[in-house]
Write a protein that binds this ligand. Structure first.
Ligand SMILES: [Zn+2]
Length: 152
């Protein structure tokens, strides 16, 4: 095992065992659930969005350490981001995990590279991308249901 892989493992354990965003969010105005049947991962995202900005992100559910680490990282990074920023992060993360090319995560998202290794294991790809697909779905629905803006 390479040094990098050791480090990545530590990052995954660190995030999955110290969840800072786990829990209910009574103020949330977006709820979305994602299920990964092949592993048994279940994630419910609770987001408070105001003026197209994610003010707070929390989640509940259970899953393997890859799924939970990925969800925890995602929640910490999307807080205080606009929906547009969150969408580009989703795209970037998914291309890192799924494209054949080598994709790096720019600062401050480097920790997400810890999940890069799942690329080699298609079943694990679903674990790592579950919360991101759920977030993508949540943003889509929010945008679709949003009353059209009357000003700018
Ligand atoms: Zn899993």
């Amino acid at each position: 095992m390479s040094l990098n892989e050791d480090l990545y493992k530590e990052i995954i354990i660190e995030y999955s065992q110290n969840p800072k965003h786990y829990g209910e969010l009574p103020e949330a105005n977006i709820h979305e659930e994602g299920v990964n049947r092949s592993c048994g991962d279940e994630v419910q995202l609770h987001l408070l969005v105001k003026d197209d900005k994610i003010i707070q992100a929390k989640y509940t559910g259970q899953g393997c350490s890859i799924c939970m680490a990925s969800t925890e990282m995602m929640s910490s990074f999307i807080e205080n981001q606009s929906l547009e920023q969150a969408k580009s992060l989703i795209d970037l993360f998914k291309s890192m995990i799924m494209s054949k090319e080598e994709v790096s995560m720019p600062s401050p998202y480097e920790d997400l590279e810890a999940l890069k290794g799942v690329k080699k294991f298609p079943i694990r790809v679903k674990c790592a991308t579950l919360s991101w697909n759920t977030l993508e779905q949540a943003i889509k629905e929010y945008t679709r249901n949003k009353p059209s803006p009357t000003t700018g």
